[in-house]
Design a protein around this ligand. Sequence first.
Ligand SMILES: O=C(O)c1cc(=O)[nH]c(=O)n1[C@@H]1O[C@H](COP(=O)(O)O)[C@@H](O)[C@H]1O
Length: 245
Amino acid sequence: MMLEEARKKLIFALDVDSLEEARRWVALLHAKVGLFKVGKQLFTRCGPEVVHMIRSEGGEVFLDLKYHDIPNTVAMASVEALRLGVRMCNVHALGGREMMAAAATKVREEAAAAGLPVPLLLAVTILTSSTDDTLREIGIERPVREMVPHLARLARDAGMGGVVASPQEIALIRAACGADFAIVTPGVRPAEASVDDQKRIMTPAAAIAAGADYLVIGRPIARASDPAAAADAIVAEMAAALAAV
Ligand SMILES: O=C(O)c1cc(=O)[nH]c(=O)n1[C@@H]1O[C@H](COP(=O)(O)O)[C@@H](O)[C@H]1O
């Protein structure tokens, strides 16, 4: 029971470079994870075909293209994500309230007009590979722990359905935005896994205990000697944490 609930919360990052490889991962993991995340690398290589492939295999898609542009461009790109039939897509909260509101409004209007389900619209707060030093470098003096809840509130007020953030900021986001706001967390590493380029990390159990709605995990599964077993172990760890909440 808890295993099924945990599985639906696990998003596998399909960070690969061909349709064939993506197809192999979908076949291997579609009964093990809740969604497949298609990001910039795979989408740039394969385009919408990869989304159609995953959906035709019965999988659900998080289209992670992190739009950040003028409001009209982001709104129209988000409408194309809606038309692809993805369950989740995202923009950068750093694009501002007007940009996020344009995307949220346009997607809802188009979904209603076409009778399509509205995808979960997410705003990326501060990337999990960033630190206070990264922000200072680009002229932002406020620390990550202030910027993340600030951007989350802005995203919620603009009509976004949730945010992407490090699990380390879940409590701050919940305090700022309440329970009815999705929190998707990459930067998740099982205790024994390599940290890679992630900076603000937590284990799957700790992220669930902190209140994450979904976990995005790539390399700890993809680079494991037995990826299916690694996914099962992560889901079991998540389920145990869910049972304890
Ligand atoms: O939007 C994302 O998914 C994302 C936001 C963020 O702040 N950090 C982050 O790592 N991601 C994505 O989450 C995935 C994490 O993959 P692993 O580090 O291999 O588990 C990658 O595909 C990243 O592009």
